[in-house]
Every structure is written in structure tokens, then in C-alpha cells.
Design a protein around this ligand. Structure first.
Ligand code: CMP
Length: 201
């Protein structure tokens, strides 16, 4: 890892050129090297290098947030909690590369469940669905990882356990289309809304 030299603004320009425009994967190593070798205490906070280091560190963090580590909401439903499957389900998720960033056990009211499942309000099963989610304790988790939304849905398997692939959570533990043990956000946009619903900042 080398400090590529130059004022921070020049290095920032090199980073943008190499890493973002040319998509050269090693460009960020130069930057990380610079950030390591130039400790904050040695930097003139008003100088171009100090500015560049902070800018690049923030860019790198954002790059990883946007491109690598996605978040999704996962719920272990009442049927699985009742059968003490909480640990087994978490183990599967972690083994498949999803990190559990937040977790809490809650019991929600039917009104809260109706709000959570609002996207399904026109469906024939809506009332039953809301009654079920509020029928007992649930574990809500924020999962993080590469392609977390899609990855989690693959790990869960098809909504109907009878149609779920071998090795998926719903195939292993789901009892019926209602009591299908887990819920997972179906898109990045819904994941953000669902995370916000349970883990208000
Ligand atoms: P979930 O991923 O939590 O999202 C909505 C839920 O509705 C779904 O899992 C199912 O448990 C439930 N559901 C009940 N009946 C149906 C149905 N006929 N089709 C799809 N989902 C259903």
C-alpha cells in the first residue's frame, strides 16, 4: 500500500478517475494507505490533504454502503417462536452470510400488524394475516450483507412451504402458507420502510 502523494484534492481526483470512472479495484488501496499513513493528528485540518482524506474516507464508506452491504428486515413469525426455532433460523441466516445487526422480540397489536402489511390490504387473506402476525411474540431482525434482500428471500424459500426448495427455512420449518415461519422484505425500498417501522431512529 502506497501513499500516492500529491495534495488531497489531487488524490481525490485520482480516486474518482481510477476507482469510479475506470473501475480499477486497486485504486482504493492507495487511498486506504494514505488514510493509514497520514494520521488525523498529522494533517492540517484546513489543508487540502486533510480535506482529501476525509472526503475519500466518506466516499469509500458510502461506496460500500451502497454497493456491498444491503439491509433487509426479517421476522421470525409466531409459529416458529412457539416451536423454539429462533436459534436454528438465526444460525441458517448467519451461515449463509447475513449478519444480524439489530434484533428484538416483540408482540405487536393487530393495528400495528395491519399497518405493517398495508401493501396487502386488498388481498382476501389480509385480515387473517394481520391477526396471525399479532397472535404471539415475534423476533424482528435487521440483516446485513451483499444482496441481503434477494439473498434472504432465497434462504427463506417460496411463500408456500409446499413449493419451497430443499434446504430453505420455509421448506424445513413452514407449516402452511400462513404459518410459514419467516417474513423477509421483498425489495430494497420496502426493506427501508420495514426497518424504519420496527427500528425507528
Ligand atoms: P410474508 O412473506 O410474511 O408476506 C405476506 C404473507 O401473507 C405471506 O408471507 C404469507 O404468509 C401470507 N399469505 C397468506 N395467504 C397467502 C396467499 N394466498 N398468498 C400469498 N401469501 C399469503
Amino acid at each position: 500500500i502506497n501513499y500516492v502523494g500529491g495534495a488531497g484534492s489531487i488524490t481525490a481526483a485520482q480516486f474518482l478517475q481510477r476507482f469510479i470512472i475506470n473501475k480499477t479495484p486497486w485504486a482504493h488501496l492507495d487511498i486506504a494507505g494514505m488514510a493509514f499513513s497520514k494520521k488525523a493528528a498529522n494533517l492540517n485540518p484546513r489543508g487540502a490533504t486533510g480535506f482529501g482524506v476525509r472526503l475519500l474516507n466518506n466516499l469509500i464508506k458510502k461506496y460500500y454502503e451502497w454497493n456491498m452491504l444491503e439491509k433487509t428486515l426479517s421476522i421470525i413469525k409466531p409459529d416458529a417462536i412457539e416451536r423454539n426455532l429462533e436459534d436454528k433460523i438465526q444460525e441458517i441466516l448467519v451461515k449463509k452470510g447475513l449478519a444480524i445487526k439489530e434484533k428484538k422480540k416483540v408482540k405487536i397489536s393487530k393495528e400495528e400488524a395491519s399497518e405493517f402489511y398495508k401493501v396487502h390490504q386488498t388481498k382476501s387473506f389480509y385480515d387473517e394475516l394481520c391477526g396471525y402476525l399479532s397472535s404471539g411474540p415475534i423476533v424482528v431482525m435487521v440483516l446485513e450483507g451483499e444482496n441481503a434482500v434477494l439473498n434472504n428471500r432465497e434462504i427463506m424459500g417460496a411463500t408456500d412451504p409446499k413449493k419451497a426448495a430443499e434446504g430453505t427455512i420455509r421448506k424445513l420449518y413452514g407449516l402452511s402458507i400462513d404459518k410459514n415461519s419467516v417474513h423477509g422484505s421483498d425489495s430494497i425500498q420496502n426493506a427501508q420502510k420495514e426497518i424504519q417501522f420496527f427500528f425507528k431512529q
